[in-house]
Structures are given as structure tokens and as C-alpha cells.
Design a protein around this ligand. Sequence first.
Ligand code: GTP
Ligand code: MG
Length: 299
Amino acid sequence: TKRQKQRKVLLMGKSGAGKSSMRSIVFSNYVAKDVRRLGATIDVEHSNIKFMGNLMLNLWDCGGQDGFVENYLTHQRTHVFSSVAVLIFVFDIESREFAADVVSYGAIVRALAENSPGAKVFVLVHKMDLVQARLRSQLFEERVDYIRAASEGFRDTVEFFPTSIWDQSLYKAWTQIIYFLIPNARGIEGLLRELAEVVDARELILYERTTCLMVTHVTRGVEGQNPFTDRFERISSILKTHKQSMAKHTGIPAGSSNFAEMQIKTGRFMFFITRLTENTNLAASIPASEQIFNAARVN
Ligand code: GTP
Ligand code: MG
């Protein structure tokens, strides 16, 4: 039997920052426009998410209203902040009280350093779609410097991502978080590399089936120069949308609808996505040869 790894993940940030929205999109098959229906989270909403067969995510979606946060920091301090693997802190880029948000973040990070000094912190600077495109990177960098300075105990390890539920940036950030949590990512990568060599693929990308997040990828030869560096999360986003629309048109819940196979053939490359294991889909980019393509599919 496989041993299951339990990982406690805290999702925090002030009320309205977008925590429950992203959770619903990544793990519960909501589409972006559905999240307006969500109400404010009362206290903590717990979910247990099985990921890749042997990883159990213990996700604590912590309501961000001041009274709740006060309670996490005082009466519930050890209960909330002990045994934490990852803290995901969400900042709303449009917040009018950024300085106050950072003070609250500082208090939370201090509680974490006390109770789970080995935890990893990811900061998401969220709702970036609300900022004019040409101002985004500069504003993001400014916020990063300011927030890093307040990350006592985690200053050298904290990672930052700009995110929005309206594009693939959300998948990019969550892919990194998940990669950090998967216990055997290296091993999986090694096996995927062997498979890529056997079938002569230019690229193999492994996706977790429920979330459509990338687990890992192997890139070979000329494919290393592919200028579309966001292709991994773009495919996540496409798979997710496909899954949701299939669910809508067939009436089968998105969580259980089966993805059969998709193929694209061009004169320059061939591509397919198919189910690999119970928990994964595999995307394969193959040289433009029917022979190699067919052999790869069989394998
Ligand atoms: P609490 O549960 O009170 O702590 O709040 P929360 O952080 O869970 O906020 P929630 O997910 O409920 O989102 C609040 C609002 O933000 C919703 O109305 C969403 O539509 C909106 N929202 C979430 N993500 C984004 C985003 O990326 N861009 C924009 N423009 N709006 C977003
Ligand atoms: Mg919420």
C-alpha cells in the first residue's frame, strides 16, 4: 500500500482578496465568472484534496475578516499555525489599505515562524487584471520589495507571483506550489525523461487530472528553444475550460467527466494529450512523423 503524505496548507489574506475564488477554480471546477456567487468565508473552511494518489492536501481557507484573523493570532494561534507545510498569502492589488495589509501579513508570518519555522511561504499579488497592462510589472516589483521586507523569518525563501483568475497566471502560481508539495517529483521526472527518450518525444508534460495543473515536464532538443514559455499553464487553462464545457453539455459533473484524447498534426510537429494513469494526463509533442507519432501513442 502507498503511504499518504498529509500536508497542511494555509490560505490567508484579507477579506475579499480572492482566496475562496482561486480555491474554487483550481480545485472545484468553478469558472472565473461563477465566483461572484461566493460569500465571505466564516472562520476556516477545511478541504482535503487527494492529489496524485499519495498526497493529501489539507487546505485551510481562512476567512479574512478582522475578527477572524484576530482569533487565529490569539486563541487559535498554535492550532492554526503549527504543522504547516505551506502558507499561501493573497494580497489584493487594488486594496486601498496596502500598508495595513502588510502589517497583518507581518503578524501572521511571525506566528508561522514561531510554530512552523520550516514552512514555505508563497505570496500571491492578486487581481492583476485590474491594473493597466503597462503598469503591472513595475507595481508588482514594488509590492514584492515591500512585502519581502516584512517577511521576518522567511525573507530569503518567500516566493512571489502576480495572479488573476481571468488568465493563466493563476495556474502558473499554483503549479509551483503543487510542485513544492509533491513528495516524489524528482522520481516522477526521472521516469518521464526515460519515457521521452524511448518514444523520441520533443516534450512530455504531465498534468494532474482533477486540477489540470502541471506536475512536471521533460523538454528535449530543439524544443528547449520554444519561445512560448507559458505553454504549460496555457494548456492547463485550456484543459480546464474543456472539462467545464464538457460537463455543461453532457451533464456529467466536471470532476468525473473523462477526457479521451486530443490530437493535433501539423507539418512541423504532432501533438496529443491522453490519459496516462488514474491521476494523470500526458501531453506529448512529437516530431512531424506519423511513424513516431503512432509508436509514441502505443507506448
Ligand atoms: P473572505 O472569505 O472574506 O476572506 O474573502 P476571500 O479572500 O475568500 O474573497 P473571495 O474569493 O470571496 O473573492 C472576493 C471577490 O473578489 C469576488 O467577488 C471575486 O469575484 C473577486 N475576485 C477574485 N479573484 C479576482 C481576480 O483575479 N480579479 C478580479 N478582478 N476579481 C477577483
Ligand atoms: Mg473566502
